[in-house]
Design a protein. Structure first.
Length: 174
């Protein structure tokens, strides 16, 4: 017995043409989807590159590589300073820097070469350095007018007879 259908028969050739046209229409969207995907990521990449060039990194240490290689020397100098057991006091008032230095026995360290660096945290152009003069009894002073108000970091270095002492503090300039 042969099977018969009760409805009208559709030629198979038309089914193939309709299926092929439908597949072609569906396939037209695939390249657009791929293009939209890559365009989205390229837009983000261009945005990040723009941000990177517009805001260069702030270098806080010049010659960081060389200083990194010399780190063991820095540790040795810090150990030598700790063995000195010197004590210091830094005071900045009304544009005048006062630095006092005593040895491990509390005796004033006199005739040292003392230098101070004022470092502005936001603008390296404002940084200043000053040589301090010996005022007697382990006290060293200098007039240190600073160009802008704010919080400054003060680095003071004292050298005497081949020994070096460093101290760092922050001061507020009003």
């Amino acid at each position: 017995m042969t099977a018969t259908s009760s409805g009208p028969e559709v030629p198979h050739a038309l089914d193939a043409v309709d299926t092929e046209a439908l597949n072609r229409r569906r396939g037209r969207f695939v390249p657009w989807i791929i293009a939209a995907f890559y365009l989205t990521f390229m837009t983000a990449l261009v945005g990040f590159v723009f941000i990177a060039y517009a805001h260069p990194p702030s270098e806080t240490t010049e010659d960081a590589y060389a200083k990194g290689l010399a780190y063991n020397d820095i540790l040795a100098k810090a150990g030598a300073q700790a063995q000195l057991r010197w004590r210091s006091d830094i005071d900045y008032t009304a544009g005048r820097l006062r630095f006092s230095l005593t040895d491990h026995a509390g005796q004033p360290v006199t005739a040292a070469r003392v230098k101070a660096w004022f470092v502005h945290p936001g603008n390296a152009v404002e940084d200043r350095s000053f040589d301090l003069r010996d005022d007697g009894e382990g006290r060293y002073v200098t007039d240190a007018p600073l160009p802008v108000k704010g919080v400054w970091t003060v680095h003071v270095t004292a050298e005497k007879a081949g020994r070096q002492y460093q101290s760092v503090t922050t001061v507020e300039v009003e």
